[in-house]
Structures are given as C-alpha cells and as structure tokens.
Write a protein that binds this ligand. Structure first.
Ligand code: ADQ
Length: 469
C-alpha cells in the first residue's frame, strides 16, 4: 500500500533545490568537510528547518560520488548524485541553455534538444524519489526554481499526503515565448502538482495562470486554479528579498570602514565611483551599461579624471557556449574603453572578474555614488536591494532597469530601459548631478521598503500560505 512507502522517521519540512546550501572543502588533515555556503535562502529558511526535523535535498556540485546523508547545523543534508552526462544535459543543457534563455525573453536563442529533455525528466524524477523517501507523513516539501519544475507532479504521484510548495526565482514568460517549448504542456502540468506556486512578480503569476487556460483548458481565477484532479492550486507573487539588517550592520562595521579607506586610497584623487556587481550573465545588461558609459566619456559628459566604473563580474556557467562568447566580448570592450580613456594606474573601468566576499561588497556599495543595475530581464535582482540596505547615510543613486522584478517595488530608483542607450545616458547624467535632498528622498523611501519587506518577511509569507508556521 501507499502507507508502507512512508518513512517511519522522516523529516517534516524539506527543501528541494538544485544545489545544497553547503560546500565541501579539504581540511588540513586531508579529510573532506562541509561548511554552509553563504546564501539568503538558507538563512531565511533556517528557523523553520531547525524548528521542524528539517532536511535539504540537492546536488553538491561536481560529479564525484557524494557522501551519505549527514547532519549539518541542525538540518539533514541529502546529496543527489549527478554524473557527467546529467550535468551536461540536465544542468548545462536543459536548465541553462533551454529554460534560462527562454524564460529571459529568449534574448539568446534557446536550444531545444530532445535528449536534454529526457535527462531533465530523469533527474527531476530522481529528486522526487529522494523527497518521497525523506518526507514524514503529512510533511511539507518546498521546491525551488526552474531546474525542478516537474517535481511537484512527480512527488504528488508518489506521496499524495505531502503538502507541496514551489517557488520560481526567475521570470515566467508570456505565452508568446513559452509556446516555443516543445514540452510546454508537461511543464505546466508538472508545476500544477504543487498546492502553492510562488512567483517573483504579479505578471509572472498571471502568465502562468493564462497558460493553464490556454494549454489545459482550466478556468483560473485571479490567484488560483482548480487542477484536473479537483485540487485548488494557489498562485501568487512573493517578491524575494535580502536580510536587510545584516547588510546595514555590515556596512557600519569597522572592517568595512577599513576597506573603504583602502579602496578610496587605491582609486585616488577625487574620482567618484559608478558600480556594477553582477554574475557574468548575458541577462544582466553589462554590455549596454559599458556602451552608455563609453559614450558618456566620449561625449565629454563624464571626465575620466573624475570617475571610475568598478565592475565586479565573476564568470558563471563557463561551459555553456553563449557565456564564454559573452565574456570575451565584454572583456574586449573593457580593454577598448581603458585604451581610449584610461591612463597609467587610473583605468576608466576597474574590472574585477571574480567573486567578492560580503565585506568587500558592502565597502563597494558604500563608496558607490551610483549603482547601475541594468538587466535586460531579471526575476528579482538582489544586488540593488543590497545596495539600498548598505546606504547607511541615506544617500547615493540607484539606477535600475524596468525589466528587473525589483523595479516593481523600488519605484524611487532612477528607472531606465537598458535597450535605450540615450535614455540610459540621460539617467546617468541626472543621477550624477542629483542634489543631496533628492538623493535622500529617493533613498529613504527605498530603505523603508527594503527594511519592511526583507527575506524573513518573504519566508513568513510564503510558509504561512503553505500552511506551516
Ligand atoms: P542571480 O541571477 O544570481 O539570482 P542576483 O539576485 O542579482 O542574481 O544575485 C544573487 C546573489 O549573488 C546576491 O546576493 C549577490 O550579492 C550575489 N552576487 C552577484 N554578483 C556578485 C559578485 N560579482 N560578487 C559576489 N556576489 C555577487 C537569481 C535570479 C534573480 C533573483 C535571485 C534570488 O536571477 O533575479 O533575485 O535568483 O531569487
């Protein structure tokens, strides 16, 4: 019977995500150990994971055989094994070269490969099986993101007693784009296995509800839809956020003060800082930002003696072809700008192609007069919220793309359209010249928002909607 499949001593709250919230490292004595990787999501869900018998199921990264499940800081860690072809087809392929570009306006042409799809189904089933084995009777399973969209339905078939939540961290495209996907109906059905589906913004939730009508003939209301089996599925927006107090406190710390002093000495003179901080991804609009900046220098609107653009951009997904190409293009452009406008020791663009720690980021946020967050499409974008939380003197200028989910909330940012280079140049000029009282008015309203709607608020809201507290 179904009952016999339910573990006697399972977990009552389970998070399922592509990646585990821990990284392995080799200790001085040669043994492999694990430590928590920094991340807002795990911090936000930690209280619930500790309060319940919590477990986190995910991939450890790499293709080595992972260890058996183990306990780490009060939660059970359950590693999922991926071999080389799983990584190539499920992760690099279907997740990052099919779904990722398709869900970001198809700004890079998505690849539709049938063997990638088969592998996506296979790996989703592996995750669903692992959750079914781990979940105590009547427990709650909270599934994360685009890599696992088939798991809700698969898990429900194995374990109808379990309550299932799903949250999508990236945009959800309109029908016109989504329809390209040969397996579109399967994805909609897969998601509908959940009791609650959360999106970053209202538009994404609406796009999804429309598809349940267009592809499955269902009759969605504004915030729910009754699935074919008669279950009501709640669909709503839950804009994700950051631990705002943590950033505020960090930005006030003596470590950050020390770094600020060092950075300002390194940058030299009276140069003001424009800052970009992104994972190197074509969705982030780094190329448009560089283009606008280069033209502002060429037009003489910005003087290279008075400004530096600091761009932090650690490479990601380097084995996906479009990423390697983009990296080359951006680095060539940086070289071009520096060749034309830099002088010895004073680059016009200070390009940092690696990841910085939080203290370093907080120091950069504090010295940046202008923060440019200019994605072509972004589910939310947390960097802009981190900048706001770090502006402890309530000044500074956030330039924010209308196409970031965060633009729905941070209406007092300097909003821009990254496709419109002239428009973006005007906004940079306006921010550059903004009087202090205007900066303060905008920043204090954004700070109020970011402190009220922080990551704990997000976790409370979505877990409450899932029926647990
Ligand atoms: P990402 O596309 O990775 O996340 P984002 O939200 O901007 O984008 O950043 C996530 C985290 O990475 C932030 O905490 C940020 O500080 C850190 N980060 C970014 N660039 C960094 C750098 N150069 N060095 C060090 N750290 C850096 C996806 C979606 C987003 C959504 C998040 C969360 O694409 O739209 O906001 O998930 O749901």
């Amino acid at each position: 019977s179904e009952e016999s499949n339910i573990p006697q001593e399972g977990s009552t709250f389970i998070v399922l995500a592509n990646r585990l919230p821990v990284d392995s490292y080799t200790d001085t004595d040669g043994t492999v150990k694990w430590r928590r990787s920094p991340g807002g999501l795990v911090t936000a869900l930690e209280p619930m994971l500790k309060k319940r018998e919590g477990a986190w199921i995910g991939w450890a990264g790499g293709t080595k055989k992972p260890p058996e499940p183990f306990k780490q800081e009060g939660m059970k860690i359950v590693p999922i094994e991926l071999n080389q072809s799983d990584v190539e087809e499920y992760y690099e392929g279907f997740s990052n070269a099919t779904l990722w570009p398709l869900y970001h306006d198809a700004m890079v042409t998505p690849t539709f490969d049938r063997s990638w799809w088969n592998k996506y189904v296979e790996v989703n089933q592996r995750f669903a099986n692992a959750a079914a084995e781990e979940a105590a009777e009547g427990s709650t399973v909270f599934i994360q993101d685009y890599q696992l969209q088939l798991v809700p339905k698969m898990l429900r078939e194995l374990r109808p007693d379990v309550r299932i939540g799903f949250f999508l961290h990236i945009p959800f495209p309109p029908k016109e784009l989504f329809s390209q996907l040969p397996w579109r109906k399967r994805i909609v059905e897969g998601l509908l296995g959940a009791d609650l589906i959360g999106f970053q913004v209202k538009g994404a939730a609406r796009n999804f509800l429309d598809l349940t009508r267009d592809f499955l003939g269902l009759s969605p209301t504004e915030k729910s839809v009754v699935a074919e089996d008669g279950r009501t599925v709640q669909v709503d927006d839950y804009p994700i956020s950051i631990s705002s107090n943590t950033y505020d406190e960090l930005a006030r710390s003596s470590e950050v003060e020390k770094l600020i002093h060092k950075y300002l000495t390194d940058i030299g003179g009276n140069r003001r800082v424009i800052l970009g901080v992104d994972r190197l991804d074509y969705t982030k609009g780094i190329d448009r930002r560089l283009k606008a900046y280069r033209e502002l220098l060429a037009d003489g609107v910005l003087d290279p003696e008075e400004v530096v653009l600091v761009q932090v951009a650690p490479p990601s997904r380097e084995r996906v072809e479009s990423y390697a190409k983009m990296r080359e293009k951006i680095e060539r452009e940086v070289g071009g700008i520096n060749g034309e406008f830099g002088r010895l020791g004073y680059p016009a663009v200070d390009y940092i192609p690696r990841s910085l720690n939080r203290t370093e980021l907080a120091a950069l946020f504090r010295i940046a007069d202008i923060m440019m967050v200019t994605p072509i499409r972004d589910g939310m974008n947390l960097v802009c919220k981190e900048y706001v939380a770090s502006r402890i003197h309530c000044d500074g200028n956030l330039i924010l793309s209308e196409f970031a989910g965060a633009a729905q909330e941070l209406k007092d940012a300097w909003l821009c359209n990254p496709h419109d280079i002239n428009g973006m140049k005007e906004v940079v000029k306006a921010a550059w010249d903004a009087p202090e009282d205007e900066q303060k008015r905008r920043m204090s309203s954004m700070r109020d928002h970011v402190f009220e709607y922080d990551i704990d608020r997000w976790a409370n809201d979505i877990l409450e909607a899932l029926g647990i507290d």
